[in-house]
Design a protein around this ligand. Structure first.
Ligand SMILES: NC(=O)c1ccc[n+]([C@@H]2O[C@H](COP(=O)([O-])OP(=O)(O)OC[C@H]3O[C@@H](n4cnc5c(N)ncnc54)[C@H](OP(=O)(O)O)[C@@H]3O)[C@@H](O)[C@H]2O)c1
Length: 423
């Protein structure tokens, strides 16, 4: 049966978890049940999923008792094959993905089933690309990792800036800087579990550490080089923004995905394209002090978490899987990102990406849901394969994201002096 004619268009897999539940809530509020989209919720525990369904009815006021429930385990290959043949798209929040996600990717790649998720686990993505790219290409499965805060604002932000620079000047941005102006949000137990699992694997296998460090580790194997170096760990004065900067915790994944998009888009951003991300900390001595303390704090935290016994001791005190920010925290959250693109002749374009709700959950669940709808409903210019959000969903997702509270805009155009342009 072709994917369009399957029983479901989307299954939200992991709907009893913190982010999966929010994803289902958004789909219900935006699209209803069995109207525009035939969708279902799934997971390993029927009782929990029934409770989620009852809560969704209470919270959204939308009649949801007819949402179908699919029950099975991520370790059960026969079940996953069946799941993959019942739906056109699997939208999964069952993580850590390196622990629970590999068999699902395999089942989707085999059965021509499209797939989107929230992974930020670089070493696992690298493994999945190597293992399933060819099968996904021949089956027609469009597999898209990173459909949350990492990496949609960065990846689609870069795609948007390139489009706007080309429209105005006929050339791409040969350099793009993303700066985090502000955000408010907290981490869930599921995300902490994923970070801990990644550090644990890095302790056992040096290849995992290399995948996390190398700037082009997600590019196709034969093109893993380019002008960018690994993300800096020290504070830095950014004269283009007139502020001190500190490392941005998500840069390690976001930058690699943006570079992979460039490679998959046949180097539409140019072979000399440079991309980096950092957090703005303010000008003057106060800015420097904040940049220095943030840089030292994140380096110390990563070092402590890399030591097995310390990691195990700390992990018991952190939020556990299933925990996450409250409704009030999610609603008070936001993110605000600035982008500065430079063309080869010194053209400057300043853009901005803003999102309502906390980035990791309130906003992430909406971005993930719209990515799934995009895979199920939109005409995309790509066939099967393991893609990035920008290379697979590009214009179609840009058009959908404002509905999810994520806005991309150009703020200013100009020209830099030759010296500034070459910086
Ligand atoms: N990229 C981003 O911006 C972003 C943001 C948020 C989250 N995330 C990632 O998304 C993932 C989920 O986070 P979360 O906070 O929602 O986690 P969570 O609350 O722990 O939810 C995990 C879900 O996986 C299910 N599950 C676990 N083992 C399973 C198995 N063997 N078979 C079937 N289902 C199983 C759980 O089912 P039970 O309820 O039955 O235990 C639950 O539904 C994590 O990997 C996290 O890192 C990424």
């Amino acid at each position: 049966m072709t994917p369009e004619n399957r029983e479901f268009e989307i299954v939200v897999w992991g709907a009893s978890g913190f982010t999966g539940r929010l994803t289902a809530e958004y789909l219900l509020a935006q699209y209803g049940v069995a109207k525009e989209i035939r969708w279902a919720i799934g997971g390993r525990n029927q009782g929990k999923l029934q409770t989620v369904r009852e809560e969704l009815v209470r919270e959204t006021g939308v009649e949801a008792s007819s949402i179908p429930i699919v029950v099975g385990d991520s370790g059960d290959e026969a079940f996953l094959s069946e799941l993959a043949t019942r739906t056109a798209v699997v939208c999964t929040t069952v993580g850590p993905y390196a622990k629970y996600g590999s068999r699902l990717v395999e089942a989707c790649a085999k059965n021509g089933t499209s797939y989107c998720d929230l992974t930020g686990e670089v070493h696992w993505m690298q493994r999945m690309i190597e293992a399933h790219q060819d099968e996904a290409r021949s089956s027609g499965a469009r597999i898209v990792f990173n459909c949350g805060f990492d990496c949609i604002p960065s990846d689609l932000g870069a795609f948007f800036m390139q489009r706007e620079m080309k429209l105005r000047h006929g050339i791409p941005c040969s350099r793009l800087q993303l700066r985090v102006k502000g955000f408010s949000g907290t981490a869930s137990g599921g995300t902490i579990a994923s970070m801990l699992s990644m550090l644990e694997e890095a302790g056992k296998d040096p290849q995992v550490g290399r995948a996390m460090k190398e700037p082009y580790s997600l590019n196709p194997k034969d093109v893993r080089t380019g002008p960018d170096a690994a993300e800096p760990l020290a504070p830095h004065y950014d004269s283009d923004f007139g502020q001190w900067t500190a490392p941005f915790i998500m840069a390690g994944i976001n930058t690699k995905v943006v570079r992979r998009s460039n490679a998959l888009l046949d180097y539409a951003y140019g072979k000399d394209f440079r991309y980096d991300e950092a957090m703005l900390m303010g000008p003057g001595p106060t800015g420097f002090a904040k940049a220095a303390s943030t840089s030292i704090g994140s380096a110390a935290m990563m070092a402590a978490m890399s030591i097995g016994p310390l990691r195990r001791a700390l992990s018991g005190r952190l939020p556990q899987p299933g925990d996450g920010p409250t409704l009030a925290q999610r609603e008070a959250g936001y993110f605000d990102l600035l982008l500065r693109g430079t063309g080869r002749d010194g053209q400057i374009l300043r853009g901005r990406v803003r999102g309502d709700r906390d980035p990791g959950y309130g906003s992430t669940s909406k971005m993930l849901a719209e990515s799934a709808v995009c895979l199920a409903k939109d005409t995309l210019g790509v066939g099967g394969g393991i893609w990035t959000p920008a290379s697979a969903l590009g214009e179609a997702l840009l058009a959908r994201l404002p509905k999810a509270g994520v806005r991309f805009q150009i703020e200013e155009e100009g020209a830099a002096s030759t010296a500034a342009a070459s910086r």
